[in-house]
Design a protein around this ligand. Structure first.
Ligand code: TIU
Length: 222
């Protein structure tokens, strides 16, 4: 067992890479590319691209060191029976979940927009979790999969910081996982929400977990 020490806030954390996983949250075309769900909600999608290169570097390092990599995708069944009307009707988007856009039906499984971006595409054998909600634990088998693999620590990356990353970190924290969030591997359509989202995780002695960055995590892995 090789324990590594990751520099982080509010303090350094020691983890066993064999009992750790990288969770890559929702790096989907629907959130990062033109014509998807993110843009339909009125957001500037370019604000999310800063996280792509750090995520790519972190994934490469994690794979090199045998850290389990898990990807998630937010989306719904083509018949949308798993899409709460309260979610579909929310706000005033130019196009709603299930509507046709340039990348197919918005946020629907199997459509081009629902797929992960090519820069961060899963390698063969890496689990992909399809989730209907913002949190990766809600209505998925993620907890079972992590439990069966003996995973205790999660390095949570992806988009958006204050929505799906935060919801997942909160769910994971309540289930007993140690969550480390590399800030440069996350992004938000609202830079101020990104900043305060990270501060909320590490405040109060690390109320939801630890905040670090890709450089410090890669340095710890060696
Ligand atoms: N809208 C927004 O910021 N996020 C989402 O709808 N989903 C995720 O964060 N993945």
């Amino acid at each position: 067992m090789t324990i590594v020490r990751i520099d982080a806030e509010p303090r350094a954390i020691e983890i066993d890479p064999a009992r750790s996983a990288v969770l890559m949250i929702d790096m989907q075309r629907d959130f990062l590319q033109p014509g998807g769900f993110g843009e339909a909600l009125g957001n500037n999608i370019r604000l999310l691209t800063a996280a792509v290169d750090p995520c790519r570097a972190l994934l490469a390092g994690a794979r090199r060191h045998g850290v389990l990599v898990i990807h998630t995708r937010e989306g719904h069944r083509p018949d949308m029976l798993d899409a709460p009307p309260a979610k579909v009707e929310r706000g005033a988007p130019s196009a709603r979940i299930g509507d046709r856009g340039p990348m197919g039906r918005i946020l629907i499984r199997g459509e081009p927009g629902h797929d992960l971006i090519p820069e961060l595409y899963p390698h063969a054998g890496e689990p992909v979790i399809d989730k209907p909600g913002k949190g990766a634990f809600y209505a998925t088998d993620l907890h079972t999969l992590l439990h069966n693999r003996g995973i205790e620590n999660l390095i949570v990356c992806g988009v958006t910081t204050e929505v799906c990353v935060h919801t997942t970190v909160r769910e994971a924290n309540d289930r007993g996982y140690r969550c480390i969030v590399p800030g440069d591997c996350c992004a938000s359509y609202f830079p101020e929400f990104h900043e305060v989202g990270l501060r909320m995780i590490k405040a109060q002695g690390g109320i939801f977990g630890w905040v670090s960055d890709s450089r410090r995590i890669l340095a710890a892995l060696g």
